[in-house]
Design a protein around this ligand. Sequence first.
Ligand code: TXA
Ligand code: MG
Length: 400
Amino acid sequence: MKFNTSLDKIPIEYIKDNDIKKINRLPLLEKAADLLKNGKIVGFPTETVYGLGADARKSSAVKKIFQAKGRPQDNPLIVHIGDMNQLKTVIRGEMEDDIRQILEEFWPGPLTIVFPKSELIPERTTAGLDTVGVRMPAHPVALALIQKIGFPLAAPSANTSGLPSPTRAEHVLDDLSGKIPLILDGGSCQVGVESTVITFEDEKIIILRPGGITREQLKKITDRKVVSSFGQDKISILKENNNQSSGKIPLAPGMKYRHYTPETDLVLFAGRLDRLSELYSSYADKNIFLVLSDETIAEIKKNNIFSAKGEIIEMGDLDFFLSEKNSDQIRKKVINEKIIKMVNIGSKDRLDEIANRIFYILRELDRPAIDLIIVEIFSEIGIGEAVMNRLYKASSAVIR
Ligand code: TXA
Ligand code: MG
C-alpha cells in the first residue's frame, strides 16, 4: 500500500515542559492512536531514536513494520510500555527483586530488558523467540501515545534496515516516505543512540547491545557481574563455558546484521595525523569529509597537518552547509580549491554530545556529492561504548 506520508509537529513547548497530559489531548495524538488501533504503523519520537510503532499484540500490524523497514524476519522487536501495569501483561513469571530495582532506577529511559514473554505477545513480534525485550521510553510523546492507545507498542528504530538510525523526524521521512501514513515530529532525539539491551543469566547481567544506559551505571546498581555478548567479554564467556557450544551465549539477534551504515564509504581514524594527511593526498580527487573532535581539529590547525586549506563546519552550520542547493558547490569547492572539510562533532570530554550527534552527522553526510566519510575513534568509556559499537559496525576500515 502506498501512503501520502504526513509529518506533523507536536508543539515544541509541550515537549520541553514534558507535558504528557497536554500532548495526550492533541487531536494529532488522536489521529496517531486511531491509526495504531486500526492496525497501521506510525513513526514517533523517543529519547533515543525515532521508533516505528505497531500494536505489539497484533501479528498483522507488526508484519507491516518488517515490510516497511525491509527488516530480516529473525530480528525481534522491542515492546514499549507506557506504565508499570503494562509490564505484567507482556512478560511471564516472577521477577527477581534486584531486576525490579534496576527497572525502577532506569525507567522511563534508554534500557531494554529481555524477559520470558507472555501469551499476549505473538511470535511475529519476538521473531519466534520465547522472550520479549521491554522498555518504557522517556520521551513525553512516546509515553502520551502509549497511554492513549492503552496497549503495548512494538517498535524498532524507524529507519530502512541497515541505515543509520533516525534522530529527527525528517530522517524517518527520508527512509519511509510513502510506506507509512504518519510521522509524529517531536524534534531531535536527546540521547541519539538506541537503548541498552540487557538480559539476566545466573549471577550475571549480560549486555546484548550497548546503548543509552552505560555499563558503569548498571554496575553501580547491581551486585551481579556485568558482561557483554560482544567484543572481549564474548571471548571470555566462551572460555568460561569452555566445552559448551557458542550457541549458549545469548545474543541480540539484530547485532549480526549490517547496521548503521551510510551508503557513502565510512572509515575510522585511529589518531595518527601523518597517516591522515597521507590518505588525504592519495585521494586528491575525492570529496572527503572528516568528522573530528574539537581537540583533534585544534591539533591539526596547530601542527599545520595538511598542505591544503581547511574549512571547519560547526554543528549548527551543517544543515545549511549541506543543503541541496549547495551540494554541487561543495564538490567544486572541495575538489578545485582543495579545501579540507572538518565537521566539529564536539569535545572528546563530552561523549554525551557526540552520541547525540553521531547518527545525525552520518545521515547528513550520506549523499552522492560526498565520496568518503572519515570519523575519529572516540573513547569507549560511558556512552562512548555505544557510539563506538555503532561506528565499528558502520565502517569498512580503520586508518592506523
Ligand atoms: O532505543 C531503542 O531501543 C529504539 C527505540 C525506538 O526504542 N529501538 C530500537 O529497536 O533500537 P531495534 O529494533 O532497532 O533494535 C532492537 C534490538 C535488536 O538488536 C534486537 O535483536 C534486540 O534489540 N532484541 C529485541 N528483542 C530481543 C529479545 N527478545 N532477545 C534478544 N534481543 C532482542
Ligand atoms: Mg535499529
